[in-house]
Design a protein around this ligand. Structure first.
Ligand code: IPT
Length: 985
């Protein structure tokens, strides 16, 4: 396990640290002369000379094999107010066979970069070589198992392995850099290069500086000129030779089974610790917790969402701002799917991650909470030069409240107070007064009446002082700022709090102003005018709109209503001075002449409110005109009725299903002469087997799906027992046969990755021929978190076997995984997509295969004993354009039985279902994998591990959500049809 003892160390350092208050340094240009578009100083990055907060979300293109859906996700990220997306690239996927790169079709990164550019997002490119990411091998390729020695250090064998990949991906990154008109602004070599091992597996305190040098050199040679960053697993000072040192943090932990109550206290030492390690670069968090991973048998992502939901975002994201984080990347903002065996054994098919954008691309409440925060920061430029000046020390009248004060040390005026429960896991609501520093001296707020500042349990708020909103000087606000814009000379200011709370804003003004409540109840507003300020207090309800003379418009709304506001352009340049209320999602806004054209998604009836300059004379939504009326406060309001047509979804239970036995191997006549012979007598693997020949799948090029082993023996006579030591990864299972006789199975459990089994033989007759057939799961290549580790080489197969009673003579062992192994046959769907079952080797999972000669049987009828069957059916979908209806395949799971299913949709492996382990029972299949306009082929393998057999309880296609709008036409991913596989067996 990862040692986090350094965290404690840094907490101690932080306590003792004196916070430096130096004046800002000048801009730093990387490798001077390379480029001057992306630069930085000790506070923040600059792009084209402009100081920017980089607020980014992590997405993995390899987890979404539908190119046209990238734009959907990226527009959703842009609509948060973010300006960047961060990606990993998975080496093992694109170089499945050593030396042969697959950047084609769904593996082509260009459509992703183009979509990022179209959405208006910058890209942080993180190609590894190592990524972790709960992915197969953590990104390392399967063939690496045969490359001798340590990985993720300067071992020459490893260097020779990764250099071609970094060269190949590096050129693609270089081409798409901002310096070449592309979206990439930052590149990260390696990932979490923070823990290190010696060859003997003991911990090594030293990182391999030569490896880091080689990586940076390779980035250089590929033409990467944008700044490089690192992602240390904690602020441990590793890999500081990059341009901008960065780190990651998962502050709420991963205990999905115990949401909120398990939250650790938020850390307060990050800023000081960062300054100790990298004083001249912005405080950069390359991964900040956007959700959680979940293992086989885990709590499930809906439960993880309770741990990492909107409350977590309020408490911990604001805590990240309290340490003046000026590059913040949320891992994950959209997780996607571990289709095609892409997961490591620690995860299952869904990589939903309980992220703000769910696996089916729907938006969770957390999305809207993040939107509030990102919008605020984007209109608060002083945040970028603010640093914490009082950490956990600020006096407060409230019990158990922690306040961090940020001070803009460049502007020397503004302050941000980040206020939270000291123990946010506890169920305490607080109401208190806050002492703040302002240009008008120290104040205790709220000031009017006996009001208090409320802070509910699991919440955090940001209070600002001396905050300019365009021409308006806000002395302070206990209401949180959503955004502000100057529109036709009028300042529109959006403020929010929880329903029923009181909130106060004080505006500097030396003229008496008319306070006119234009919407909402006037008795919820009180105010006090002095010679220098106007202070207003609100009891926050759904919506109150107040005009202060004609030049200031205040919207005070409760949080849920605040979610409804969209700011299509968060930049302060006022290129598009527009705020829109309403809609499930606002994708784009632009003027064409005097028409403000909006696009996005709606559900239900939507009342749009358009806060726009007078120039806007007409409004369209997805091209349709919206009729609007003038409101009392000068904005336009119009109603839009969503149309989400009914669609016919086929009932899978009623379809005609065809099937075959997919384990012909356990018949006595089966001929495996075309299989690979396991004839290696040595292995580079550190774990040396006790078997006469090496029985590790990766040694023969098989890295995913099911693996089959066949040991051919001549009996000595009297063999009565077969024992084996077998490994497949967490939650794996296996079944064993002696010729056509079933010996038994290990049905698996969430944790065990290996098993020692003993199976009784019916005493073998002397000289009789026996084949021991083993069908096993390969649950994915292990990750390799430590530098110098070789964990990803963990074998899949047998490390030992023996017989009891007598010792037969081994003739040979045969094995198979996917057809062709590393020389896989399906270039379009990639090497990981297929496993070793007979039907898959033959290509029967592919569309267009003629199954008319197969017998009819439904998977609901199932298989009568142990073994494996393969089922096929086809159905049509006809889902109209202009809507987004994500669909999943759901399994009934009332009774838990020992069987496993792999789902193939139009040839794409899109799920592995384990009925008795779970937790996943619902498998989203994206549009583009599912053909929404025509025929679909659904194929299932059903592996029964029980004497009594197995049948699906139910299987359904479920429309999970209905919105009108969507990203537009979605082209189907290439799904090449079945063709005869001449070399198949
Ligand atoms: C860290 C990794 O950088 C990332 O790839 C992913 O694995 C993530 O966290 C967890 O989902 S690992 C860190 C939590 C030790």
């Amino acid at each position: 396990m990862v040692s986090f003892s350094k965290i404690a160390l840094f907490a101690a350092v932080a306590q003792a640290a004196v916070i430096p208050q130096e004046s800002p340094t000048g801009l730093k240009v990387k490798r001077s002369g390379d480029q001057d578009i992306v630069t930085w100083d000790k506070y923040s990055f600059f792009v084209n000379g402009e100081r920017v907060l980089i607020y980014s979300g992590e997405v993995h293109p390899f987890r979404n094999p539908v190119q046209d859906l990238h734009l959907d996700v990226l527009q959703k990220i842009k609509a948060l107010g973010f300006n960047a997306v961060s990606i990993y690239v998975h080496w093992g996927v694109v170089e499945y066979e050593r030396g042969k790169f697959n950047w084609d079709g769904v593996f082509n990164l260009q459509p992703f970069f183009d979509a990022a550019k179209a959405a208006g997002l910058w890209v942080i490119a993180r190609p590894g070589p190592y990524i972790n990411a709960e992915s197969a091998g953590g990104g390392l390729p399967g063939w690496g198992a045969r490359v001798e020695g340590q990985w993720r250090n300067s071992n020459a064998n490893y260097t020779a392995a990764w250099q071609p990949y970094i060269n190949s991906v590096g050129k693609i990154i270089a081409k798409n850099q901002i310096t070449n008109g592309g979206p990439i602004i930052i590149a990260q070599p390696e990932n979490e290069y923070s823990g290190f091992m010696n060859p003997d597996g003991t911990l090594n305190p030293q990182e391999d500086l030569e490896y880091e040098r080689l990586l940076l050199e390779a980035f250089d040679e590929a033409g990467i000129v944008v700044p490089t960053v690192s992602n240390d697993a904690w602020i441990g000072g590793h890999f500081t030779s990059v341009d901008v040192y960065g780190y990651d943090n998962y502050p709420a932990g991963f205990d999905c089974a115990n949401p909120i109550s398990s939250w650790p206290d938020p850390p307060d030492y990050f800023y000081a610790a960062h300054r100790d390690v990298a004083p001249n670069t912005p405080n950069s968090i390359l991964e900040y917790q956007g959700g959680a991973f979940d293992p086989w048998g885990g709590a499930g992502f809906e439960q993880c969402y309770k741990l990492i939901g909107p409350e977590m975002v309020r408490v911990y994201y604001k805590n990240a701002y309290a340490s003046a984080t000026h590059l913040l990347n949320i891992y994950m903002i959209f997780g996607g799917t571990n289709w095609g065996h892409l997961t490591n054994p620690g995860g299952y098919s869904s990589y939903d991650y309980a992220a703000a954008i769910a696996e089916d691309r729907t938006l969770r409440e957390k999305y809207y909470e993040i939107k509030l925060q990102a919008n605020f920061l984007m209109v608060s430029p002083a945040y970028l030069t603010s640093v914490p000046v009082n950490v956990q020390k600020f006096p407060t009248s409230g019990p158990n409240i922690t306040i961090t004060e940020l001070w803009d040390e460049v502007g020397e005026k503004q302050r941000f107070y980040i206020i939270r429960q000291s123990k946010p896991s506890e169920n305490t609501n607080s109401a208190f007064k806050v002492d703040i520093e302002t240009s008008a001296g120290q104040l205790t707020v709220p000031q009017l009446g006996n009001a208090a500042f409320s802070l509910p349990a699991h919440d955090s708020k940001i209070l600002v002082t001396d905050y300019p909103a365009g021409p308006v000087d806000i002395l302070y606000s206990t209401l949180e700022i959503l955004t502000w814009k100057v529109i036709d000379g009028k300042t529109v200011l959006l403020l929010y709090a929880n329903t029923g709370e009181s909130g106060e804003i004080s505006v500097l003004t030396n003229t008496a102003r008319k306070v006119d409540v234009r919407r909402g109840k006037s008795n919820t507003v009180t105010f006090k005018q002095t010679s220098s300020s106007l202070t207003l207090q609100f009891v926050v309800g759904h919506e109150t709109v107040v005009a202060l003379d004609d030049d200031i418009l205040l919207y005070v709304v409760d949080r849920v209503n605040a979610y409804n506001f969209w700011v299509p352009d968060v930049n302060l340049k006022d290129d598009l001075p527009v705020i829109i209320k309403g809609g499930y999602l606002l994708r784009t806004a632009k003027f064409s002449g005097n028409t403000l054209a909006l696009t996005g998604d709606t559900n239900g009836t939507t009342v749009f409110e358009v806060i726009a300059p007078k120039k806007a004379q007409a409004y369209t939504w997805n091209g349709k005109r919206i009729d609007t009326d003038l409101t009392r406060h000068g904005t336009q309001e119009g109603r839009y009725r969503t149309t989400t047509p009914r669609v016919d979804i086929p009932d899978l239970a009623r379809l005609k299903w065809k099937y075959i036995n997919t384990l012909p191997e356990v018949s006595n006549s089966y001929d495996d002469s075309n299989w690979v012979t396991a004839d290696h007598t040595s292995t580079t693997n550190k774990i040396k087997p006790l078997t006469p020949v090496v029985l590790y799948a990766s040694d023969y090029g098989f890295h995913s799906g099911n693996i089959l082993w066949r040991g051919h023996f001549t009996a000595a006579g009297g063999e009565s027992e077969f024992n084996l030591s077998i490994q497949g990864g967490n939650a794996f299972a296996y079944s064993v046969w002696d010729n056509d006789k079933y010996l038994g199975s290990f049905t698996g459990a969430p944790a065990p990755s290996a098993h020692n089994g003993t199976y009784t033989l019916s005493s073998w007759a002397k000289d009789s021929n026996h084949v021991i057939t083993i069908l096993q799961d390969h649950m994915g290549l292990e990750q390799n978190w430590f530098g110098g580790e070789e964990n990803f080489k963990s074998f899949r197969g047998l490390s030992d076997y023996s017989f009891g009673g007598a010792n037969p003579t081994l003739k040979h062992w045969k094995l198979t995984g996917n057809l062709g192994g590393e020389k896989f046959v399906d270039w379009a769907r990639g090497g990981y997509n297929e496993g070793g079952l007979f039907a898959i080797r033959k290509g029967y999972h592919l569309p267009g295969f003629d199954d008319s000669k197969w017998a009819s049987k439904s998977p609901l009828k199932g298989i009568s004993g142990p073994g494996a069957e393969f089922y096929r059916t086809t159905f049509n979908l006809n889902i109209p354009d202009g809507v987004d209806y994500p669909i999943s395949i759901d399994f009934g799971n009332k009774v838990k039985e020992s069987y496993r299913v792999e789902i193939y949709v139009n040839g794409w492996q899109f799920g592995k279902y384990i009925d008795d382990i779970g937790p996943q029972t619902s498998f989203p299949i994206p549009q583009g994998i599912l053909n929404y306009k025509g025929e679909n082929t659904l194929a299932l393998s059903l592996w029964s591990l029980e004497d009594g057999g197995a049948a699906l309880e139910s299987i359904d296609l479920v429309v999970r959500n209905k919105v009108e709008g969507g990203v537009g036409a979605v082209k189907n991913s290439p799904a090449p049809n079945y063709t005869v596989r001449p070399s198949s067996y």
